[in-house]
Design a protein around this ligand. Structure first.
Ligand code: ZN
Ligand code: ZN
Length: 324
């Protein structure tokens, strides 16, 4: 474990200062490897996050991203214009987290690539810095959240190893359960503002909707505060409204919203909602689709199709009976 957590904050500070002095005294002997030196000189900045080589590993070792230790740089100590060490604030790997029995968050709700912010600090020598790295903050309640790639680390919760308590996770679905992106696939009911586990939808044998409109239109025209409107918006259906609209926008707008497992940590909420907003603005106000429409959707020509979900598996919200 790289972290020291003493019960007395003053004692902790003194211990850290002592280590810092000891490190400075040893620096003439220490020979940071060239790669580490280069990384630090170029990118080392307060407030940035970085990957640290775990104890027992060296540069050149083939490590997976999730094997590195992750920290935020709090303070940089220099000597003769060389970065010597840094005070760091650790992100915790779920496998090292110990939670009280009565803590709301359970380890089984944490994803493999998840890291927890903490109140634990340490001093790390410059030779242990592998690379700068951004841990993506993830607001799990926000349907408009920017996509997080499968190969990125992300953070939702804060952890205090002293009290063994973490921040309380959001609950979702009619089962009042949690969201583990590695385990759960969830659909969204926008009128109910609710993420629903696909397993709960399957279990519930959700009833069929009796809405008159075809399913694709129900998806396309269900907005979330789009044009100030929440829920299904009854708009005119004329061919001319779709003229000049890229097929990808139409396909996105007609897609259910999904997240989790192979659909990605964040899923397709942002591109689907923005596509629906573009279409609604075009139909209701005649607003043309901007050329750079993909940018706010966080999609590209290469990735857009991966956010489009077909309607092979149809579900309906158990509460409002709307399609999800
Ligand atoms: Zn559920
Ligand atoms: Zn609903």
């Amino acid at each position: 474990m790289p972290y020291e957590m003493l019960s007395n904050p003053e004692a902790f500070k003194r211990e850290m200062e002592k280590r810092a002095i000891a490190l400075t005294q040893r620096i003439d002997k220490a020979q940071p490897e060239p790669q580490a030196k280069m990384i630090l000189r170029r990118h080392f900045k307060k407030g940035k996050t970085a990957l640290i080589l775990p104890n027992g590993n060296n540069f050149g070792d083939q490590l997976l991203l999730e094997e590195y230790w992750v920290c935020k740089i709090e303070e940089i100590k220099m000597r003769k214009e060389e970065v010597v060490f840094a005070k760091v604030n650790w992100f915790w790997n779920p496998k090292d987290v110990v939670l009280r029995k009565d803590a709301v968050l359970r380890k089984t709700n944490l994803g493999k690539r998840e890291r927890l912010t903490s109140n634990t600090f340490d001093y790390v020598h410059s030779s242990r810095f592998y690379d700068m790295y951004t841990v993506q903050p993830y607001e799990e309640n926000d349907v408009y959240e920017a996509a997080i790639d499968e190969d990125e680390l992300y953070s939702r919760y804060d952890y205090n190893p002293k009290t063994k308590v973490a921040s309380t996770p959001a609950t979702f679905c009619f089962c009042k359960g949690f969201y583990n992106p590695d385990r759960d696939v969830m659909r969204v009911c926008l009128p109910c503002a609710e993420y629903i586990h696909i397993d709960c939808l399957r279990k519930g044998g959700s009833p069929q909707t009796n809405l008159q409109k075809p399913l694709y239109l129900q998806f396309e025209r269900t907005l979330f505060n789009g044009l100030g409107y929440d829920g299904y918006m009854d708009m005119p259906t004329e061919k001319a409204h779709y003229e000049g609209v890229p097929q990808n926008i139409i396909d996105l707008a007609r897609s259910p919203i999904v997240r989790g497992k192979h659909f990605g940590i964040v899923g397709n909420g942002n591109p689907v909602m923005r596509a629906r907003d573009y279409l609604a603005a075009k139909i209701m106000k005649g607003t043309p689709i901007p050329n750079d429409w993909m940018k706010p959707c966080y999609v590209t020509e290469e990735t857009v199709s991966s956010f489009i979900l077909d309607l092979a598996e149809k579900f309906h919200c158990p509460k409002c009976l709307g399609p999800v």
